[in-house]
Ligand binder design. Structure first.
Ligand code: GLN
Length: 550
């Protein structure tokens, strides 16, 4: 039976509990201990698939087609294992199961209650994940902050698990804040003390405290926190702010986190080797080059809405020895300006990411047009591929009213349309084309060159598809279909051969990018953007032998 680490958070939200949990996972994996991770979300939605990205951030899609919390993205990037539907549980799912059982009569006349029915359902799912994956350790992150009403059943469930399994097999890690009070010039431990007290009130004594702080904690404060919170001094970990999330596990290791976890859980571990992550961090901090890439979307006010895309650019930048500066462009500004050029001039690359709904669509299409006409590297993802096809159909193939039926159901030229199988679907939740599919790549295409292979397995999340009725026309005019899902003959990638780099895909490659192993399409896109930036600079430089007056 695997062992369990439960990570809770206190004082305030947004302390980086997901990154902290993922970093623990990374450290254990790098010491030869196999890990899986679980996110317990206390909200009542069955999954985040129906939530607005502006409220909840990105929806992370797993290979088995689950729409999950964006923390699963951090987990996959840090532990480098593919996660599945059962790596994310929500209160919505728990209640959905219990209510179905109750309606079936499974409770045999009993009163159905939070304790034990809800807590049992939570425990069963945690244990089942452990059994199904067969790993050494399950790290379960409990969403929310101690003191929230909604996370109580999860905390009660993990309290019971300590009772059921004992101290050698369960570990409680609590992430808190130790704020620096400028006027006093001091770090303050009181919020941490209160948070631990709140946790103890519900029966959980943390074994390890991770203290988020902007200054070094120092031995004296560690002693104080240890004394007041009833933990060992070595178990008070300095979780200092750092510039890159990939440095977090390195600092945790320096402060002895993996050592203490291993000794408390009585695990057998290999010697540590963090050199791969050290190299990534070194490359992120000290790049030689710089490129500017425009992300033309509409959820730009919440950067978390494009989390995996930002991370993929970090990975790709590191591999190209470049700092990728992302310019977050609100496509409605492009519509207001009635010119993509004024806003996109000076960009080395343009990306149109995934998205839903009509708002801003013409701004996205105009961004593609600008990239196509000006030889600026273009990368389209999902809706970004739809926009590329629409733009090409309208402005190169002469189908002036071409559109996607998502936005113009009556368009005379539905170059993007709903698959017949999806036409009768009415529910919004979990009804898209979701998860991993194999994409066959055309020999000699940029896609095939990037992947260095003939098949790519990538994850999907969309309803609308490239309409094969227009394939011959689009291809004859130069928009080549370079990736196809062969079983259903669906076009998954398009390219313009006669352009420095113009690639769009129906799937979401960002979910599979890793630190130290950037996604090939992001890597090549950044490479092309570097090439563009270089050639623009050359244009600006005076030709040899010509003197510039002034
Ligand atoms: N809205 C489009 C669709 O449903 C694209 C979705 C996306 O970009 N993820 O097909």
């Amino acid at each position: 039976m695997p062992k369990f680490i439960f990570v809770t958070g206190g004082v305030v939200s947004a302390l980086g509990k997901g990154i902290a949990s993922a970093s623990i996972g990374y450290l254990l994996e790098s010491r030869g201990i196999s890990v899986t991770m679980l996110k317990c979300d206390p909200y009542l939605n069955v999954d985040p698939g129906t939530m607005s990205p502006i409220q909840h951030g990105e929806v992370f899609v797993t290979d088995d087609g689950a729409e999950t919390d964006l923390d699963l993205g951090h987990y996959e990037r840090f532990i480098d294992r593919e996660l599945r539907e059962n790596n994310n549980i929500t209160t919505g799912q728990i209640y959905d199961t219990i209510i179905k059982k109750e309606r079936r009569g499974d409770y045999l006349g009993g009163t159905v209650q939070v304790v034990p029915h809800v807590t049992n359902e939570i425990k069963e799912r945690i244990i089942k994940l452990a059994q199904d994956t067969g790993v050494d350790v399950v790290i379960a992150e409990i969403g929310g902050t101690v003191g929230d009403i909604e996370s109580l059943p999860f905390l009660e469930a993990i309290r019971q698990m300590r009772l059921d399994l004992g101290t050698d097999d369960t570990l409680f890690i609590h992430l808190t804040l130790v704020p620096y009070i400028k006027t006093a010039g001091e770090l303050k431990t009181k919020p941490t003390q209160h948070s631990v007290r709140a946790l103890r009130d519900i029966g959980i004594q943390p074994d390890i405290l991770m203290c988020r702080t902007e200054r070094e904690l120092g031995l004296e404060l560690k002693q104080k926190i240890a004394l007041f919170c009833n933990v060992e001094i070595a178990a008070v970990i300095d979780a200092r702010d750092v510039d890159s999330i990939y440095e977090v596990p390195l600092r945790f290791h320096e402060d002895g986190l993996d050592g203490i976890v291993i000794s408390k859980l009585k695990l057998e571990a290999d010697a540590v080797d963090l050199s791969a992550m050290e190299t990534v961090v070194e490359r992120i901090y000290n790049p030689k080059h710089r490129v500017k890439i425009a992300v033309c979307g509409k959820y730009i006010n919440l950067k978390d809405a494009y989390k995996s895309i930002s991370e993929a650019f970090l990975h790709a930048g590191a591999e190209n020895d470049a700092r990728v500066e992302l310019a977050w462009i609100d496509v409605e500004d492009i519509e207001r300006e009635e010119s993509a050029g004024r806003i996109l001039a000076g960009m080395d690359g343009i990306l149109v990411p995934g998205g839903f709904g009509e708002r801003g669509i013409e701004g996205k299409i105009a961004s593609v047009g600008y990239a196509r006409q000006n030889g600026v590297p273009y990368f389209g993802i999902c809706l970004g591929m739809h926009c590329a096809v629409i733009e090409y159909a309208r402005n190169v193939c002469g189908l002036a009213e071409a559109h996607s039926t998502e936005f113009a159901p009556d368009t005379p030229d539905p170059v993007i349309a709903l698959l017949p199988e999806l036409q009768s679907v009415v529910n919004m939740g979990g009804t898209m084309r979701l998860g991993g599919y194999d994409c066959r790549l055309l020999a000699g295409s940029r896609a095939q060159e990037a992947y260095a292979g003939d098949v790519a397995r990538e994850r999907h999340r969309h309803r609308y598809e490239y309409n094969n009725k227009y394939r011959e026309l689009l291809e004859s005019k130069g928009l080549v279909s370079t990736g196809v899902y062969a079983k259903a003959d669906l076009v998954e990638m398009v390219e313009i051969a006669d352009h420095p780099w113009f690639v769009a895909c129906q799937f979401h490659p960002e979910f599979k990018s890793r630190p130290g192993r950037a996604h090939p399409l992001f890597r090549e896109f950044v490479h092309a953007a570097l090439g563009h930036s270089e050639s623009e600079r050359e244009k600006d430089e005076p030709a040899e032998g010509v003197r510039v007056a002034g």
